[in-house]
Design a protein around this ligand. Sequence first.
Ligand SMILES: Nc1ncnc2c1ncn2[C@@H]1O[C@H](COP(=O)(O)OP(=O)(O)OP(=O)(O)O)[C@@H](O)[C@H]1O
Ligand SMILES: Cc1ncc(CO)c(N)n1
Length: 270
Amino acid sequence: MTVHKALTVAGSDSGGGAGIQADLKTFQELGVYGMSVLTALTAQNTQGVHGVFPVPPEFIAQQMDAVLSDIGTDAVKTGMLFNSIIIETVAKKLKEYNVRNYVLDPVMVAKGGAPLLVTEAVAAVKEHLLPLATVVTPNLPEAKVLTGMEKIETKEEMKEAAKLLHDWGAQHVVIKGGHGTDDIVTDLLYDGREFVELSAERFHTQHTHGTGCTFAAAIAAGLASGKNVREAVKQAKVFITAAISHPLGIGHGHGPTNHWAYRREGSNDV
Ligand SMILES: Nc1ncnc2c1ncn2[C@@H]1O[C@H](COP(=O)(O)OP(=O)(O)OP(=O)(O)O)[C@@H](O)[C@H]1O
Ligand SMILES: Cc1ncc(CO)c(N)n1
């Protein structure tokens, strides 16, 4: 039996809906062996982020060494990296171990508005991580911050942002449309040559905590199992749409998505 492996380098969400918890659940659901390197702990629930405790960079490096020198991985996803020292540490290790399938989710702000990346670190994301990325997956506000564009609302503006991020080194760019307002939510994939639109019904729900983490983790799982980027992104879109459309309804705020909905969708047991 071939075991496909994926590693998430991200923050912990004590509420279980985002961060490494969402990533590991997604890896498991997609049949991939999941591993995790913690960059920060958050005291977090569906109502917001109540505290952030960054992990010392030396210990992040030690976790990456431990996993990559022994088990190895078929794909890496990064999420919350919090500051520029952590970004530089992670970039150095990705290069040292010659990581191939790298999904960069440029996490900046939690749904409730809490910062998960200090503002000064945006330059480090562009300088150290974008050039290593097989796929980068910004939402609309993140794409604006990374590109410096004044607004990204239309398809043409999404395309312009994708081209800039590709020019700056990312091999593929997915601009996520979750933060838009249309009844159809459209993500845009760009590979440097052509654009592919991935559309789905927009669900009017507040249970969208961790959608970005789950989507990027699903792309990493697809790449780890040998899919090409287009196939992996398409599968991730189906996975996240299923997860959003069958909410669990837990907590008092922005609840988590349903990570087992994709697997159980055909069984009326979601
Ligand atoms: N209400 C919704 N209905 C359907 N699909 C959605 C909805 N919200 C987000 N999505 C999809 O979920 C995925 C993640 O997009 P989104 O823009 O929410 O990411 P994000 O803002 O990075 O998430 P996070 O809050 O976890 O950081 C995309 O594929 C997007 O199209
Ligand atoms: C730990 C963590 N990573 C990412 C996000 C973004 O959803 C979050 N809320 N918490």
